[in-house]
Design a protein around this ligand. Structure first.
Ligand code: FAD
Length: 465
């Protein structure tokens, strides 16, 4: 239970910069504050830092980087900002978009140069909505590698971190200045630590059923695919301190999680020419608008499930992803030499699936417009043997949160700043607007890295002043 205790009490130990959460946002903030000369302590509730960062593909979007230049890719923060705004239908704060798109490239270059993170740009697959190749990843293209390398960099820098420390209480003076925190330990004891500045890097509220039901009711019963420790503590503390909060309905969903296997089925299965049907064998949407908004559409179907239909050619493309290979091993991918045989294997009505597949083929040949407005013309028709995977919609992470300024400093409704409170990553309001449809691939790690960097530098400046 997260609470705020209003008190002027002193603490036996006070650190200049205290960070709650050791995901990408917290570790980037800690490295930045340390580099700026401040003593830093990180508190993490798990015994090993992982967070949602470890569950992600670890791909961070950035424009105008040295890796893009080396690959001959022309890109600039302004174009990146325009792509974010277009996907989110002008809903996010343009100043925040300018801040994070301007900060993320230099932050990645600093992580490369100062801490040896060997980023490279993904230049063989353009993520939907991005006008340039700008996803940067580590060699394995995994979030596990990102979190491990950030943790190793923090350890090498000598940054203090206490794991198994679940912060439950913020202690704040009546003027809103945070004086310290109380953290529970596994043996039932409590750690009390004072701070001159506090950075909230404990992500959003995806793991808190009640908060999801309140703010994202369409996903109230959806599978949560993010880190379970993200219980909305930053949001609850911030609200109690009078912080401005925004876009709490914004989130990243995903309409293609193999069910019941619980394995992500790459969206390449759809983008390369596949489609989704419900239990009646009928399509129900324009799947190509995005995987995030597709989560709620799938959940609206009977039993909250759909089938993604594709073929062997697309299965070969999907096979480069470990998740797909795991889905095959788990028996989640069914096969058929004809559409009717596939329908039998997937327990779908054969006649209806044949009609649906024929209509998609006709749209691909340009003979008819797609009922749902999907641009199918020119896309390769599916060819035998066919594949189907039963999927459901899931919540990956929340995008609303505490409103911050250009230094990641948390603001109040009257425009003033909470005296010494900063927020980064999923703890802060992101740049995806108010709905799942506003999420552009990479928006999650974008604000983790960019706001983490800005928060760490600004908190260190304030603590030194
Ligand atoms: C399956 C999946 C795939 C994704 N793929 C991508 C992708 O490819 N690209 C992208 O940009 N984004 C992606 N995302 C989103 C991305 O993972 C997150 O936006 C990002 O990792 C958020 O970083 P963070 O540091 O804010 O949070 P986290 O990495 O979740 O770290 C928060 C940390 O805070 C700790 N914590 C929470 N509460 C407390 C407390 N009270 N006391 C102490 N510690 C606490 C948690 O244990 C956790 O370690 C994906 C998400 C999921 C779930």
């Amino acid at each position: 239970m997260s609470t705020v205790e209003v008190s002027d009490r002193d603490f036996a130990l006070t650190v200049p910069v205290l960070v709650i959460g050791a995901g990408a946002a917290g570790l980037v903030a800690a490295l930045s504050a340390h580099e700026a000369g401040a003593e830093v302590l990180v508190l993490e509730r798990d015994s090993l830092p992982r967070g949602s960062t470890a569950l992600s593909a670890g791909l961070v979007p950035a424009a105008g980087t040295r890796w893009q230049r080396e690959a001959g890719i022309e890109d600039a923060p302004a174009g990146f900002a325009a792509d974010i705004m277009a996907k989110a239908h002008d809903e996010p704060d343009p100043a925040l978009i300018a801040t994070v798109t301007g900060a993320v490239g230099p932050a990645l270059e600093w992580l490369g140069e100062a801490h040896g993170l060997p980023f490279s740009v993904v230049d063989n697959f353009r993520y939907p909505g991005h006008s340039a190749y700008r996803m940067h990843g580590l060699p394995s293209r995994s979030g596990e590698e990102l979190i491990d390398r950030l943790r190793q960099a923090a350890e090498a820098a000598g940054i203090d971190m206490i794991c198994d420390a679940h912060v439950t209480t913020l202690v704040a003076a009546p003027d809103g200045r945070v004086r310290g925190v109380v953290a529970g330990r596994p043996d039932g004891t409590a750690e009390e630590i004072g701070c001159e500045t506090l950075i909230l890097a404990c992500n959003g509220y995806g793991g808190n059923r009640a908060l999801v039901a309140r703010h994202i009711p369409e996903l109230a019963d959806a599978l949560y695919f993010g880190h379970p420790g993200n219980q909305g503590d930053a949001l609850l503390w911030g609200e109690a301190l009078g912080a401005t909060v925004r876009d709490l309905s914004g989130h990243q969903g995903h309409g293609s999680v193999a069910h019941p296997a619980g394995i992500l089925l790459t969206w390449a299965t759809v983008m390369e020419g596949g489609f989704q049907v419900n239990a009646s064998g009928e399509r129900f949407s324009n799947e190509a608008t995005g995987y995030s908004e597709q989560a709620a559409r799938v959940l609206e179907q009977q039993d909250g499930v759909a089938w993604t239909i594709f073929d062997a050619r697309i299965a070969d493309i999907a096979g480069q992803f470990e998740d797909y290979r795991n889905a095959v091993a788990a028996g989640a991918v069914v096969e058929g030499d004809t559409v009717a045989a596939l329908a039998e294997a997937a327990h779908l009505p054969p006649d209806a699936l044949e009609r649906t597949a024929a209509a998609v083929d006709a749209a691909k040949r340009g003979e008819r417009a797609d009922t749902f407005g999907r641009a199918f013309a020119g896309v390769a028709p599916l060819a035998a043997p066919f594949r189907a995977v039963r999927v459901t919609g899931a919540l990956f992470h929340t995008q609303g949160g505490l409103v911050v300024d250009g230094d990641a400093h948390v603001t109040r409704a009257d425009g003033t700043l909470l005296p010494n409170l900063y927020a980064a990553g999923g703890a802060a309001c992101g740049v995806s607007g108010r709905s799942a449809a506003g999420y552009l691939s990479g928006n999650g790690l974008l604000t983790a890295v960019a706001l983490g960097r800005l928060a760490g530098l600004a908190a260190a400046r304030q603590a030194r002043a």
